[in-house]
Design a protein around this ligand. Structure first.
Ligand code: UT7
Length: 335
């Protein structure tokens, strides 16, 4: 019988995966009219990783990141009860999580995809924590993985410079309430601004002569960079404040600010608006660019492996992006 007690959630392990192939700003400037100086000044990005090779997909990255997390704690994949794969670039529109489940041999796990672009990992973590809190599942593997390089218009210099491919994974486990690490969350959606950043399905003009059905296709990422920038800088600090206030945590208590790795100017502007010391910003977008749903778990895994997090550190995590969607999770690290 499942317990109806509110359980705590612990982060047991993290893992990550990036493709071997990298693309520098100088190399991109041979494809579109841009420069290393422009990209670094406007975004902070120096290079990004691209998933090259025939038949390689988001599943390959998600599998490596997941096995990496499982290996760190020598966990048997059969112990995983649920897999949530946050991705906007699935290999199969019916879902890619089940293929990850099969490849990592997590045969007892239920698996599904969750689509919320760059906020995907935050939403997946919150979704997972609800299954844990109500006692339904004990061990949950949350993955953020994207291969936006497959959906970028490589002739559009305003978008192709930004994105990279990667995957990050996190294993969550139910714990006693005293060991809870996920203190709270705050989530938002504004569908009225969905056209600021989209990868929409386009229908052909000609319909089927008898059925009158219109077939279509997905094309490229389309973005109004200025509007997305303004949205992020104005809304993310509000989400963080709402979340902190609901938990009676003050800005001064924050040890780390881990934002979706979109643009160094956005990260600094959010920190400055909240009067958070820039030293507390976790940033690795210079190496990977914007990896969408993967960016938060990639940065988390890297910070953890660098030994950044100390016992009881307060880590503010915020995701933001297409939808538009944005949200915050407050983690208290426990050794
Ligand atoms: O997960 C969320 C994903 N989205 C984002 O994070 C996007 C948020 N927005 C941004 O990061 C910024 O808006 C960008 C980095 C995309 C663009 O920076 P910006 O300071 O907003 O530049 P802009 O779009 O206002 O463009 C300034 C100029 C324009 O030329 P003119 O009209 O002033 O002559 C652009 O055509 O820079 C030009 N430009 C470029 N020049 C060299 C645009 N892209 C490039 C480029 N290289 N790659």
């Amino acid at each position: 019988m499942k317990s109806l007690m509110m359980q705590g959630t612990r982060i047991l392990a993290t893992g990550s995966a990036v493709p071997d192939s990298s693309l520098s700003n100088d190399e991109i400037s041979k494809i579109v009219e841009t420069s290393d100086d422009w990209i670094v000044t406007r975004t902070g990005i120096k290079e990004r990783r691209l998933l090259t090779g025939h038949n390689k997909s988001v599943i390959d990255l998600a599998v490596v990141a997941s096995l990496n997390a499982l290996d760190k704690i020598s966990m048997n994949p059969a112990e995983i009860d649920l897999i949530i794969l946050a991705t906007s670039t699935p290999n199969d529109l019916f879902g890619s999580a089940s293929q990850v489940q099969a490849q990592i041999k997590a045969f007892n796990a239920v698996a599904f995809d969750l689509t919320a672009a760059c906020s995907g990992f935050v939403l997946a973590m919150v979704t997972a924590s609800q299954f844990i809190r109500n006692g339904t599942y004990k061990n949950i593997l949350v993955i953020g993985a994207d291969v936006l390089s497959k959906w970028v218009d490589w002739s559009d210099r305003s978008t192709c410079i930004l994105f990279g491919d990667g995957a990050g994974a996190m294993i969550l486990q139910s714990s006693i309430k005293e060991d809870n690490q996920l203190l709270g969350f705050q989530l938002n959606t504004d569908g009225n601004q969905s056209n600021c950043l989209s990868l929409v399905y386009k229908e052909e003009i000609n319909s089927h002569p008898i059925l009158k059905l219109h077939k279509g296709y997905f094309k490229y990422i389309v973005m109004n960079g200025k509007e997305v920038y303004k949205f992020a800088v104005s809304q993310v600090p509000l989400s963080i404040l709402k979340c902190l206030n609901s938990l009676n945590i003050s800005i001064n208590d924050i040890d780390w600010l881990l934002l979706h790795q979109a643009n160094h100017r956005i990260l600094k502007a959010v920190a400055d608006k909240l009067s958070i010391d820039n030293e507390k910003i976790i940033m690795n977008l210079n190496k990977y660019g914007n990896t969408s749903a993967a960016s938060i778990p990639l940065a988390f895994d890297e910070a953890l492996s660098q030994g950044k997090f100390a016992h009881n550190d307060i880590i503010v995590i915020s995701g933001f992006g297409a939808g538009l969607t944005w949200g915050t999770i407050i983690v208290q690290w426990k050794l």
